[in-house]
Ligand binder design. Structure first.
Ligand SMILES: [Zn+2]
Length: 241
């Protein structure tokens, strides 16, 4: 996840490391932890689907509780007191905690889950392969991380992007103030740019920013040249002592 805000700033591609969904500092850990409503909805959808998948794969109930609790720990610090974990899965739970939450979303699962799941398969007289269960479990966890990253990217390029929303709001304010100031201190050839406020506000973000930059520059230059003209007129017509 090198395309996070943190790395984009390090590489000089962006000036802000803000998350496009919530505006907080964004590093790889923030991707699944983002508190924006859209990110929360995505996380809830993915974890609910994962929980159903665990059932479908006949995962041992205490293994399921433990893995879901570990997964929840990726997003929020472990709840205190934590939900009770069966003593039989405690060693695997602790081994997974050592691997860490990021490791979990990279599909790195502790080997100690396998004998536990095998015991459960034996108990229910299921002949499924526990290696296959572990391999698919790993893939499912990777997919959760992937979908969170995809969701973040979909916002990055949409109108829900916090930075883009801020840029729109800043440039719109600038456009309104240019129209409010009127065309008087602008060169004649530039004044038609202030004909229709609504048309300017409907332009794309980049076009609006270009429009505003040009207007500010022209107004500044025109005011400066008028001041210079007034100064030279004063010099010409001021009475000689
Ligand atoms: Zn965020």
């Amino acid at each position: 996840m090198c395309g996070t805000g943190k790395f984009k700033v390090l590489w000089g591609l962006e000036t802000s490391a803000a998350c496009p969904r919530c505006g907080d500092f964004e590093d790889h850990l923030h991707i699944p932890r983002c508190r924006a409503a859209l990110a929360t909805a995505e996380w809830d959808r993915r974890t609910a689907a994962f929980s159903a998948w665990l059932d479908l794969q006949l995962t041992g109930p205490s293994i399921k509780i433990a893995i879901l609790q570990l997964l929840q720990g990726v997003r929020t610090p472990p709840s205190f007191p934590p939900r009770p974990i069966s003593s039989s899965v405690q060693p695997a739970f602790l081994a997974q905690q050592v691997i860490g939450s990021q490791g979990l979303l990279e599909g790195r699962i502790a080997s100690s889950w396998l004998p536990l799941q095998q015991q459960y398969y034996d108990k229910i007289r299921c002949r499924r392969s526990v290696s296959l269960w572990a391999s698919r479990l790993s893939q499912q966890l990777v997919l959760i991380g992937f979908y969170m990253w995809e969701q973040r990217n979909s916002v990055q390029h949409s109108d829900d992007n916090v930075q883009l929303r801020e840029r729109h709001s800043t440039v719109n304010e600038g456009i309104h103030s240019q129209f409010d100031m009127g065309p008087d201190d602008l060169p004649k050839e530039i004044r038609p740019m202030l004909t229709c406020r609504r048309r300017v506000l409907r332009k794309s973000l980049v076009d609006k920013e270009e429009w505003l930059k040009l207007l500010c520059q022209e107004r500044r230059d025109f005011r400066r040249s008028m001041k210079a003209q007034r100064r030279s007129l004063r010099t010409i017509f001021s009475p000689v002592p």
